[in-house]
Design a protein around this ligand. Structure first.
Ligand SMILES: [Zn+2]
Length: 377
């Protein structure tokens, strides 16, 4: 008798006290999350989607964005004209989808950031193939994957799961890859196409949303199959000289020019984006055959890869094309203006205040059908 039982009681009480918060935490963690499948009302037409700004490849971007293969992502501005701010690259959370059913990390609501929804869906929408919306504001139904290996191509950065496109884009890339050896180019290293259901991405591109955009490295394919790790780690090569406004003749070859010319010659190609220095090099070497040059547009970045954009394919109702480029070769004043724009400038003494990042695009900003695409199973 005496103190022992009291001490035992006190110890037990203390232990219970200490254990309580832990037990509460464990209990909370063990409670299953509520199902995220939406009620049917979410599938219905949402608020009217704002009309995407008319996209030109002449509007400077507002934020730096890493692009496929860029060695110095911070130096490569976002591409092809969208004004959407793009977050710096972070490792994307693992895509939780499996077995054809999309699962989401946040509830699917009209105000939810579209990139959090589309960026986490690992499987395509089992619907008829259709590019919906605009290149920088839309989604993709019935996507097809470009196989990660072909006879004359290899897909890079496999962890991103961005080798999905409209079947027209996949067919185009296979055709271009088959033509490569005849142009003196062993094969294509293929960068980002689109996510399985298109839409905005957690990192990188503002466009590439409707399965009609593809990045192709300006580094030729090596004479062997790259390992998965090499496909993550290998850096693409910039074609630029140190001055930033000319191609480096030690790197830029006639085969590069032949490949881009061939890529531009297909009728379904709407535009090809390249760095102004590359456009200038193509202008210089083109000779009398110049019609294809009108589709090759100077743009920020794009000296590690070129970017092919296809027209809206037949049957893609709700796909909004970009205005066709002018018919001229764009080799005079236009390319000179672009070279002046991209010329590296000395750092200002007082760094500019960083612009406040725009809020991410909500799901309601996409065409209403994109909800159906997102939720299809
Ligand atoms: Zn691109």
């Amino acid at each position: 008798m005496g103190r022992t039982p009291i001490r035992a009681l006190m110890l037990a009480a203390l232990a219970a006290l200490l254990a309580a918060p832990l037990a509460a935490t464990v209990a909370t963690a063990a409670v299953p999350l509520p199902p995220v499948r939406p009620p049917p009302s979410w599938i219905g037409p949402g608020p009217a989607a704002p009309v995407a700004p008319a996209l030109a490849d002449t509007v400077p971007p507002v934020a730096a964005a890493p692009s496929t293969g860029a060695v110095s992502p911070a130096a490569a501005p976002s591409e092809d004209g969208s004004a959407e701010a793009v977050a710096p690259a972070e490792p994307a959370p693992a895509a939780p989808s499996a077995g054809g059913r999309p699962r989401f990390t946040i509830p699917v609501t009209a105000s939810a950031p579209a990139k959090e929804l589309f960026g986490n869906v690992g499987v395509p929408a089992p619907l008829a193939a259709r590019a919906i919306g605009f290149y920088s504001r839309g989604c993709l139904a019935g996507a097809k994957a470009l196989p990660v290996d072909g006879k004359t191509w290899q897909v890079m950065r496999l962890s991103r799961n961005r080798n999905w496109g409209h079947p027209a884009l996949i067919a185009y890339l296979e055709k271009l890859a088959a033509a490569a050896p005849g142009l003196g180019w062993r094969g294509l290293l293929v960068g980002d196409l689109a996510q399985p259901r298109g839409g905005p991405m957690l990192t990188g591109h503002a466009s590439h949303q409707i399965g009609l955009d593809a990045d192709i490295w300006l580094t030729p394919m090596p004479n062997r199959k790259l390992s998965t790790k090499e496909r993550e780690d290998l850096s693409a090569t910039s074609m630029l000289k140190e001055n930033g406004v000319e191609v480096d003749p030690k790197l830029w070859t006639a085969a590069h020019a032949r490949l881009i010319r061939r890529a531009a010659q297909d009728r379904e190609v709407e535009r090809i984006f390249v760095h102004p220095a590359i456009k200038q090099a193509l202008c210089t070497s083109a000779g009398t055959d110049r019609a294809w040059l009108s589709k090759v547009r100077p743009y920020w970045g794009h000296h590690y890869h070129f970017h092919v954009r296809l027209d809206c394919p037949p049957g893609s109702e709700g796909c909004r094309p970009q205005d066709p480029p002018g018919s001229g070769d764009g080799c005079g004043a236009e390319v000179k203006e672009w070279l002046a724009k991209v010329r590296p400038r000395p750092e200002p003494a007082t760094p500019a205040k960083p612009a406040k990042p725009k809020p991410p695009m909500p799901l309601s900003a996409l065409p209403a059908e994109c909800r159906t695409v997102l939720l299809a199973e």
